[in-house]
Design a protein around this ligand. Sequence first.
Ligand code: SAM
Length: 247
Amino acid sequence: MSQKIKIRLYFNKNLSDIEEFSPEEAQVHYLNNVLRIEDNTIIAGFDGQSGEYAFMVKKNGKKKLTLLRQEKLREFYSSPDLWLLFAPVKKDKTDFIIEKACELGVRKIIPTITEHTISDKVRLERYQAQAIEACEQCRRLDIPTIDTPVELRKLLANWPSERKLYYMDETGEGQNILTAFNPKFQKAAILVGPEGGFAEQELHMLAQQEFCQGVSMGKRILRAETAVAAALSCWQALCGDWLNKGE
Ligand code: SAM
């Protein structure tokens, strides 16, 4: 049933005990004027906390609309406990990173400022809007949190030591990905460096931490956004939820 419903929206409220409600103005505009939705259409709604539900659209003039809750479509479940730490790059490439991190089931995203990070303009609101759109599209039930940017040094100083931190090391010094990604560590994070790569002292600092593991993805140097998608895919295949079937 859930897959047959074409329109799927995130609502920032607990939907578990709501019989009917009027969505925010921007969502009403989207449904009415962009999608030109018809009265009685069934859409899917999820809240990132209790699951996914069917809603019937009741139009009320051109500017108003109410959603009537129908059956529950899916129980809530979270994405694996995987974090992505990435050094912000140019605008469209960061957009790509946020979108792919959502599709690839990351639970938290932390923009990380390293020595060679060239773009320090971090547009949190934009990232959050993109994350919601990507989650709506890929049928996720949770929305990843996106932290405010933090410097790598500070991040390491406050790191929760039970969480494995895999840093993707382009120098070839890291472990082979197959042996490095260990399913024993279900709390994990993946760190990808900036376009200019990690500074030597950063690699040294990372190598010193017990919770860190350097990882190599072979001889070819990948662009940061490719490295993000490749590393997250490998982790999901070896340690995450790709072993579970879909609905
Ligand atoms: N400027 C660097 C150079 O030419 O050596 C390349 C940096 S690369 C564009 C950006 C990030 O992607 C790296 O810091 C690393 O985290 C990741 N990356 C790229 N290729 C990789 C590889 N073969 N193995 C591991 N990580 C890689």
